[in-house]
Structures are given as structure tokens and as C-alpha cells.
Design a binder for this molecule. Structure first.
Ligand SMILES: [Cu+2]
Length: 353
């Protein structure tokens, strides 16, 4: 409960500021939207997975729900899939596949025509299917499988909470340049444990709901608008500012992405995007994790980089936007033994008012 209050504070702050702002400018909807001839916010055709792609005119609100799912599979060492036998030479068990879901609730409001604030609450769900050699699996539940033995690790709950300030540096009929700075508050648990009878231990780093660190999130976005096209490029950085209470710090992350989006008709747009993501290695470690239990429990098996290609569509219905996007990795390189990322899916709904 305390955690919930702590994490909803930024949302509340945004709400209070925005309600006051709204009271001061009663005709903001009618009048201000006319000022917005260069503004992308009304019909933002940028890819859904691009978190920051517009600022709002003063007093204009947006409410959004976004979901992201990622599927990971196999155990890879230096790009090559390794056999279960090889895995069990070094570890007691391993992951077979994993599904991660993030559900985001987002509120955004223009404090002035240049300055917008945005707040995001996350709910995370992770499910990792584990394998272990048959002779290691002397647990209580019955099992008829002949080769290896499966069980699942699951974690679910509130993730880290984010608040962003966005500033429009350039905004004209052709060019948009948006600088933004965010802060992530570690509201997500980093002490999730597995099921009592199967894995009565703290789960590995990637199964935890947050980073446990405060994060500084700078970003710069450029958009070029021509006819029905919107061409964009963006750079995002996640700086993990402190060691968390378990004395480790997840690596910093850099994302560079570029996209082309096209408005096909009044109500439909499509986009392609390339994203390069670099994830740094973990500093320190969670001392309660047994490193030989599985690759994910070893802090050395963390970090790397990948290049994703995205394809998305946006539907516009009055002030609503519905979006779907899919992404697949083109290349990926990971430290040590890690699963490979296979598929990403995004779904989003947003409303402007
Ligand atoms: Cu918005």
C-alpha cells in the first residue's frame, strides 16, 4: 500500500497541476487547438513504441493505455544455441522460454505550448519456464516427462513509476525537436520470490519488477514532417543513478531509433522503425542469488545489444488512437549465456481531450 501511494504521487501531482491549469483556461479546448496547426499530438502517426513523439498545446490532455509483450527463448552463448546437456554442465537448471508483459497507464498534459509533463504507472508480468535435468528434479509434484523437468517462475505487480518533462525546442510546419528529461522512481519490487514449493528463493534479476534504482531518463527526438510523411529519429538514455538496497545496479541503457510513418487515409497510418538498443552490464550483485542455480541468477549473464525492426499501424477514430505494432530482432549479442529475444508486440489506446 505504501508503495502504491509512493508510486501514484507523480500521477497525482500531474492531475492536480492540470486541474488547476484547466480551471484557469476554460476555453482551452476550442481556442488552443487552433494554435496547434503544427502540433502532431492530435494525429500522431509515429510508431506506438516511440514513447515520446509530441508535446501538447497548453491545457491539452492525453490519457493512454499501452501494453508491451516480449517473447524470449533458448539458451545462447556467443550467438549459438547451446544444448541442455552443456547448460547442465555449468548450472543446476536453466530457462526454456520467457514471456514479459508491461502494462502502462499514462497521463500527459501541456502546461504551456512548449512544456508538457507526462506520468507513467507500470504493471509488469513475467513468466519464465524452467528446465532441469531429470535426476535433479526430486520434488514433490508428479512428473511423467522422460527428458527434462519443467516448472514456471512467475512475478507480477507494480513496476517502476516514471515522470517526464518534455520541452519543444523547435516546432514549425516542417521540423519538430523535443528534448525531455524523466525520472524513474523505484516502486517495483526487486525482492520477488518464486513459488514456495518449487523455487523458494529470490528470483533472478530479469524476473524482478523494477531496477531498484532511481533512474534519470534523458531523451532527444527529431521529427521531419512532409506531406503525409513523418520521419523521425530519437535517442534515449537510461542512467541508473544509485545502487539499490540489494547492492547492485542494473546497467545503463541506450536506445537509438529512427522511423518513417505515413498517413494512408484520414483514419489510418502505418510505420516502420529500426531500433538499436544497448544494455550495460550489472554492477555488483544480489548476494542472495545462487549463481550456479541458473544463468539468469548470474550477474555476468546480463547486458548486450540488439537491433529490432518494427512495423505498426495506427487507427484514428475522433480523438482516439488505436495502435498495434510488432517487432523482431535482426541481430542480437548478449553477454554470457542468455535467452534470445524472438518477438515483441505492442498494443495501445489513447485519447486526447
Ligand atoms: Cu500526448
Amino acid at each position: 500500500m505504501k508503495l502504491f501511494i509512493k508510486s501514484t504521487m507523480p500521477i497525482m501531482a500531474v492531475l492536480i497541476i492540470a486541474i488547476q491549469l484547466k480551471a484557469q483556461i476554460p476555453d482551452s479546448l476550442g481556442l488552443k487547438s487552433l494554435n496547434c496547426s503544427h502540433c502532431l499530438c492530435q494525429k500522431d502517426i509515429s510508431p506506438l513504441s516511440t514513447m515520446i513523439s509530441h508535446v501538447h498545446p497548453k491545457g491539452k490532455w492525453m490519457f493512454a493505455y499501452r501494453a508491451m509483450t516480449m517473447h524470449m527463448e533458448g539458451n545462447y552463448l556467443q550467438g549459438k544455441r547451446i544444448s541442455e546437456t552443456k547448460l547442465f554442465d555449468n548450472y543446476l537448471m536453466g530457462a526454456e522460454h520467457m514471456n514479459m508483459q508491461m502494462h502502462m497507464i499514462m497521463i500527459m498534459v501541456g502546461l504551456s505550448d512548449k512544456f508538457t509533463i507526462m506520468s507513467m504507472l507500470n504493471f509488469n508480468y513475467s513468466n519464465m519456464s524452467m528446465i532441469m535435468p531429470e535426476n535433479e528434479s526430486g520434488h514433490t509434484h508428479n512428473n511423467d516427462e522422460s527428458h527434462s523437468h519443467n516448472h514456471h517462475m512467475k512475478s507480477t505487480g507494480l513496476g517502476d513509476t516514471k515522470i517526464y518533462a518534455l520541452y519543444s525546442l523547435i516546432n514549425n510546419s516542417r521540423h519538430d525537436l523535443i528534448g525531455s528529461l524523466g525520472l524513474s522512481i523505484p516502486s517495483g519490487s526487486i525482492k520477488k520470490e518464486g513459488h514456495k514449493s518449487l523455487y523458494p528463493l529470490r528470483m533472478p534479476y530479469m524476473m524482478q519488477l523494477g531496477s531498484g534504482s532511481f533512474e534519470v531518463l534523458p531523451s532527444l527526438s527529431y521529427l521531419y514532417k512532409i506531406n503525409k510523411w513523418n520521419l523521425g529519429a530519437q535517442i534515449n538514455y537510461i542512467i541508473r543513478a544509485n545502487d539499490n538496497v540489494l547492492t547492485y545496479r542494473l546497467g545503463n541503457e541506450l536506445s537509438v531509433n529512427s522511423w518513417a510513418a505515413y498517413l494512408i487515409t484520414d483514419w489510418l497510418s502505418t510505420s516502420i522503425k529500426a531500433e538499436y538498443l544497448y544494455i550495460g552490464t550489472i554492477k555488483g550483485k544480489d548476494n542472495s542469488l545462487f549463481e550456479l542455480a541458473e544463468p539468469a541468477a548470474n550477474s555476468k549473464n546480463y547486458g548486450g545489444n540488439l537491433l529490432n525492426i518494427h512495423y505498426g499501424v495506427n487507427f484514428f477514430i475522433k480523438q482516439h488512437r488505436l495502435s498495434i505494432e510488432l517487432a523482431i530482432p535482426i541481430t542480437q549479442h548478449w553477454q554470457g549465456i542468455q535467452m534470445h529475444r524472438k518477438l515483441f508486440g505492442y498494443f495501445g489506446w489513447q485519447i486526447m481531450f
